[in-house]
Design a protein. Structure first.
Lengths: 306, 269
């Protein structure tokens, strides 16, 4: 599998602040990569460095096999991006905005521009918006327009920074379907977000950034793999402890964690002893637990230095 | 890219509002002159204004002289100061650069668009001035009178008017270079515009100050009104060539600085 984004020791320093501190990203073709991190952990700086907007202090970036920012002119036309919030010229229509953006760089053919714009507007659900100026758009419509701009040249890689910002629940699920659809079509998606649920539903690989460091990078399936324990729900936790003496790892109200990764075996033992069981599952950490264990405190906390 | 910038500039209502406001002042002055018939005495007030009552064909020059000290530089500073910082403030700069538009190409396109704005503005002011002058005043397009008192043929007058428009354009390019440079420094278009205007106000102020006379030849506004010299007979080239050379140095240095800054800058807007 070829690598789409690879960084080595990528770092950005603003004065004495290490915004990004030596990260090695590894995003492969066909991934939906969830780039997680609290606000201020360096996600946006990283995304901007990938796109050549911010110049790294140290380290290297390979984007679609070419060195950034040097090869930006060749590589970036193959990348679609949504960087923080969408932006457009308010006095022009969405269509006109897309046309200007398309004409502003290489790789957007003039002949099929009109057709491509119609296509992406339909795709993001703005097909009927007409000649209304963007300043009359709602936040969600602007977000959709921004996404349309990212999709305009059928990119191989989509870099999206908080793409569901400002969308209502229906809009979020619509965009999720759109992204999964594009992914099935072969687009690699790099999704930067602080919404764990969004990442858990969409992504196949996850990287977690904490105060500028990449503290975790793995397949989602591996991160949330069964821990080898079974979670039992029962109104009688005391009886469980009596039956499975020594195997009970933790009791939390009606929730009992039992060592042993086979729920059926645990169930058989409990039922034979007449313990009422209301719920039973192999123990898996949630993404939230994994992330909280890996990343220390919220990055917007500014503690007094001792 | 240049076509994109031109489209953006001239599709923007603000651009035409500025040009309209810019033309309002000379038109107002013309109307007042016609109603009162009180022209400033020769040598006083804006150049050429005393002459227009006898020859309306000179009004384009009077109109340029009226807007040149303040209105025109403000307009240019607004447009040029907005060029990069305005995109940064609106957030569109990051999308243009990630498109990728190319930083040098974007800067060049912005410069060309500002240049086009300067030319269009100056030409519109001159054209409106001509229309107003020939309808409101007695026009004698056949012959003009030079500032020196000799008469000029219509052809001479036309050529010199074109030269004057070009000279004013170059002077405004100096303003544009200041504003564009400041525009790459800040994300606030207002800041960039005010910066350029501060430079001009400082320059005009120092120009009137005797103590500043050693640096007077290097002030950006020093030779702005030298276009009047084009209408002497013979043309007095001394200040005009100095003015062109001075603007060339300012434009060259400021654009180089703008380029150096913009191409190495972290775009965090």
């Amino acid at each position: 599998m070829s690598t789409v984004i690879a960084t080595r020791g990528l770092a950005k320093q603003y004065g004495r602040v290490h915004a990004v501190d030596g990260i090695d990203l590894d995003v492969r073709a066909g991934d939906v990569y969830g780039f997680l991190g609290a606000n201020g952990s360096g996600k946006t700086t990283t995304v901007r460095m990938l796109l050549g907007l911010v110049l790294p202090t140290r380290g290297e970036i390979d984007l679609l096999g070419e060195r950034m920012p040097r090869a930006g002119r060749r590589v970036l036309p193959r990348v679609g991006a949504l960087i923080e919030s969408p932006a457009a010229y308010g006095h022009l229509s969405g269509r006109e905005n897309l046309a200007l953006l398309d004409a502003a760089g290489p790789g957007g053919g003039r002949r099929d521009r009109r057709r491509r714009i119609t296509e992406v507007l339909d795709q993001v659900g703005l097909g009927g918006v007409g000649r209304r100026p963007v300043k009359a758009y709602s936040l969600g419509m602007r977000q959709r327009l921004g996404l349309a701009g990212a999709l305009l040249r059928r990119p191989e890689l989509l870099v999206l920074d908080e793409p569901t910002n400002g969308l209502d629940p229906q809009g979020i699920s619509e965009i999720r379907e759109l992204l999964l659809d594009l992914h099935r079509g072969g687009t690699t998606v790099f999704l930067s977000s602080h919404l764990l649920a969004e990442v858990e539903q969409l992504c196949s690989r996850v990287g977690v950034l904490d105060r500028g460091r990449l503290v975790l990078q793995d397949d989602l399936a591996a991160l949330t793999a069964p821990t080898g324990a079974t979670v039992v729900r029962t109104p009688e936790p005391g009886q469980v402890r009596a039956v499975l003496d020594g195997r009970v790892a933790a009791v939390d109200g009606e929730r009992v964690v039992v060592r042993g990764g086979d729920p059926a075996e645990v169930n058989a033992l409990l039922v034979r002893a007449g313990v009422p069981v209301t719920g039973l599952a192999a123990d898996r950490p949630t993404l939230e637990e994994v992330v909280l264990a890996a990343a220390a405190t919220s990055a917007d906390r500014v503690e007094r230095e001792r | 890219m240049i076509a994109v910038e031109l489209r953006k500039l001239f599709r923007r209502p603000r651009t035409w509002a500025i040009i309209a406001v810019l033309n309002a002042l000379p038109v107002l002055v013309a109307v007042l002159l016609v109603l009162t018939d009180l022209a400033p005495r020769p040598g006083e007030g804006p150049p050429f204004l005393s002459a227009v009552l006898t020859n309306g064909a000179l009004y384009p020059l009077a109109a340029l002289a009226i807007v040149l000290p303040l209105f025109l530089p403000i307009a240019v500073a607004v447009v040029a100061g907005d060029s990069v910082a305005g995109e940064a403030q609106a957030g569109t700069l990051r999308y243009l650069l990630a498109r990728p538009a190319g930083r040098t190409r974007l800067l060049v396109a912005k410069l060309v668009a500002v240049l086009a704005f300067v030319l269009v503005t100056v030409v519109v002011v001159a054209a409106v001035g001509y229309l107003v002058g020939t309808t409101l005043f007695e026009a004698r397009p056949g012959a003009g009178t030079s500032v020196s008192g000799t008469s000029l043929t219509a052809e001479e007058l036309a050529v010199r008017t074109v030269l004057a428009v070009g000279y004013v354009g170059v002077s405004m390019l100096g303003v544009a270079a200041f504003a564009l440079f400041f525009s790459t420094l800040t994300d606030s278009p207002l800041g960039a515009t005010m910066g350029a205007l501060a430079v001009l106000v400082t320059s005009s102020l120092l120009f009137t100050l005797d103590a500043a006379s050693p640096i007077a030849p290097y002030l950006p506004t020093r030779y702005w009104l030298a276009f009047v010299d084009l209408f002497r007979d013979p043309i007095l080239w001394r200040d005009i060539t100095r003015g062109l050379a001075l603007q060339a140095v300012y434009v060259g240095v400021l654009l180089a600085a703008a380029w150096a800054n913009f191409t190495t800058k972290d775009v965090t807007s």
